[in-house]
Design a protein around this ligand. Structure first.
Ligand code: FES
Ligand SMILES: [Fe+2]
Length: 450
């Protein structure tokens, strides 16, 4: 038997089943770190977190600490936070500004571009044998600054970031572009929420692929009304801007899954921030500008999505990028970066900050519902008896269309197709498949970017 048959059995798309052990098994988790997290493109941070030369933000790729830096030539780097002498972290801070990173152990110093620039007693102790240029901090193989969001991979054979994203790019754009439709222009504001949750990292990543079926678990926040017009009597956790839209659930080569929506032609502005007239006016203005700028393309509006393997976004209400860092088979370290238009008025930022915190993050009312599900679902994946039955992923099988009405493998009804394709892709990584094989699935989708 082929040694990799195992993964095709664990993720069985023909039957629409996935074995529970992929969420709790220690050996599978360790293989993920090696096979997924050293190859895939991972989200590291945002350029707005390192605006000045010498600025740094400490992040993670998989389980390893990395430093996002801006050097004195204004170039951004992603460096392994691991001293090349004995492995001590050279940076123990979450963020800041420094001309060098001086290792706390024996005080080797590294510049923001990673170069080793200082070694105590170098001449006496190393007798000129130390070739400092060989002992720089390890730098990622590839890095991309996409509209301010910084992505990186350790694999120099990985496809470039845009090939990797494929047509999922148009949906990620909706989170990264300004609300008025101009390119980019967003910033991370209010700090990064970081917390540890007892769930496998794939569970929330799958949730953000477009698991709209779990809406009943949010019924309490819907009843209370925590949305941006709650004070004006709107129920729900967000104002329903998409009430008149055709929802689309789309999967892409590379394992990305998104849930967006297409507004009808000639759609009118829907008031969605009624609690504050300044905010409402800003959103109306942005809507009108976006219509002018994008024309028919303005009909595409975001909901959520996951860029394989562990980066998700909330596109609009609320708006954020999330990283689901692996932290053990049954633990995820969750980081949420809230996004806002850089040029938005203070009133808008203030209102959004309050709304985002009400909704998302460790104390967010909606995210608390989600975490309860993720945590118990992870715990429920172990157990001798429980493990006899795989999970059911049969929802809306074989009803998808190709490139209709948007590029990708598309469903216009609620579906688990995105999750199926996500795990199919995960299985390809776990079988050490080539980039060509990884990027050619789903086979039916001919992505013009690939
Ligand atoms: S471990 Fe960093 S200088 Fe020795
Ligand atoms: Fe949810």
């Amino acid at each position: 038997m082929d040694q990799y048959r195992h993964f095709d059995e664990l993720v069985n798309l023909e039957q629409g089943t996935i074995a529970r052990e992929i969420f709790v098994d220690e050996d599978i988790y360790n293989q993920e770190l090696e096979k997924v997290f050293t190859r895939a493109w991972l989200f590291v941070g945002h350029e707005s977190q390192v605006p000045e030369p010498g600025d740094f933000f400490t992040s993670r790729m998989g389980t390893e600490s990395v430093i996002l830096t801006r050097d004195f030539e204004n170039k951004i780097h992603v460096l392994l936070n691991n001293c090349t002498h004995r492995g001590m972290k050279v940076c123990l801070y979450d963020e800041g500004n420094s001309a060098t990173f001086t290792c706390p152990f024996h005080a080797w110093s590294f510049a923001p571009d990673g170069k080793l620039v200082g070694v105590p007693h170098e001449n006496e102790l190393y007798s000129h044998v130390l070739e400092k240029d060989k002992w720089a901090l390890i730098e990622v193989a590839k890095m991309e600054n996409y509209k301010g969001s910084i992505w990186a991979t350790w694999d120099k054979t990985a496809p470039d970031f845009f090939t990797y994203l494929g047509s999922a790019k148009a949906h990620l754009d909706l989170a990264l572009d300004s609300l008025d439709g101009s390119e980019g222009g967003t910033e991370v504001f209010g700090g990064v929420h970081k917390w540890i949750s007892p769930c496998n990292w794939k569970v929330p990543a799958e949730n953000f692929c477009g698991d709209s079926y779990h809406n009943p678990s949010h019924i309490s926040v819907d009843m209370i009304g925590i949305g941006p017009s709650a004070g004006q009597g709107e129920k729900g956790r967000r104002d329903n801007e998409l009430a008149d839209a055709q929802h689309v659930w789309v999967s892409f080569p590379g394992g990305h899954g998104i849930h967006s929506a297409l507004k009808p032609e000639n759609n009118a502005y829907i008031e969605s921030y009624k609690d504050n007239p300044i905010v409402e006016e800003y959103y109306r203005h942005c809507y009108e500008e976006r219509q002018k700028r994008l024309g028919d393309d303005a009909r595409l509006v975001p909901f959520v999505g996951t860029i394989f393997p562990n980066t998700s976004y909330h596109g609009r209400q609320p708006r954020a990028l999330c990283a689901w860092h692996p932290n053990g088979p049954e633990s995820a370290e969750i980081w949420r970066f809230f996004l806002v238009d850089k040029g938005a008025p203070k009133e808008v930022k203030d209102m959004l900050r309050r709304y985002y915190m009400r909704y998302s993050g460790p104390a967010g009312m909606t995210e608390q519902d989600d975490m309860e599900n993720w945590n118990y679902a992870t715990a429920g994946s172990r157990g001798t008896i429980a493990n006899r039955l795989p999970y059911n992923y049969q929802q809306s099988q074989n009803i998808h269309k190709i490139n209709d009405p948007v590029p990708g493998l598309v469903s216009t009804q609620m579906t688990e197709e995105n999750a199926r394709q996500y795990y199919k892709c995960w299985s390809s990584y776990m079988q050490d498949k080539s980039w060509d094989e990884i990027m050619s699935h789903p086979a039916q989708v001919k992505d013009e970017r690939i």
